[in-house]
Write a new protein. Structure first.
Length: 205
């Protein structure tokens, strides 16, 4: 089973920079596949996407996958067999993937049943983890911690917070290494878990 590294943090915590640094460390001069979930919905987001792309090494490859990440990743690998397999893949970020899923249905998420949304999210993560296992490529996943503030006032915001929180728990539990970025400093969650005598993970449901 290839390694899974989960990186969690707040806005501007340094989580993406840390993910890129880890990818460079693991891959050296070899190929890295960057799986981008962002969509350029406005000029500001388009500029941000372009800036982030320019910060990555030129020999890295980018896969745009706002939805169906597992399927698109496998299709990408099958269509690029003439190239060496990536030494590592970076998914940045889970936060936007869940947001994209929330608004992917035909029904307004404000009125859609939470169980339907949860099944949609579960299926997406199932496919991602299956692709990771099948392709045998180490994967670094970046996500935001959105549950440390006050309870959101709106239903859709509460749903999003809860869906992402459950996914974060699932990925952290499945990961070989999990880090929480606090003001740019990576805290090793698995090492802390072991130091207090816990090796189990609570259910994510």
């Amino acid at each position: 089973m290839p390694s899974l590294i989960f990186i969690l943090g707040g806005a501007r915590s340094g989580k993406s920079d840390y993910a890129l640094a880890l990818a460079r460390q693991l891959a050296g001069d070899d190929l890295v596949l960057f799986i981008a979930t962002a969509q350029a919905g406005d000029d500001e987001m388009a500029e941000r996407i372009a800036r982030h792309r320019s910060e990555r090494p030129g020999h890295w490859q980018t896969l745009e996958a706002p939805l169906a990440v597992g399927r698109l990743w496998q299709e990408y690998q099958l269509s690029h067999t003439q190239y060496p397999a990536p030494r590592v893949a970076v998914l940045d970020c889970l936060t936007l993937l869940i947001s994209n899923l929330l608004f992917a249905g035909e029904i307004d998420p404000e009125s859609e049943d939470e169980s339907v949304l949860q099944r949609r999210v579960n299926a997406e993560i199932d496919d991602l983890l299956a692709a990771h296992s099948r392709l045998n490529v180490p994967l670094i996943v970046v996500s935001n911690e959105v549950g440390l503030g006050i309870v959101p006032a709106g239903r859709i915001s509460r749903l999003y917070r809860d869906l992402l929180g459950r996914v974060n728990r699932r990925l952290a539990g499945a990961a070989d290494h999990a880090y929480f970025l606090l003001a740019g400093i990576p805290l090793d969650l698995k090492a802390w878990q072991a130091s207090v005598g816990r090796t189990d993970s609570p259910p994510y449901h």
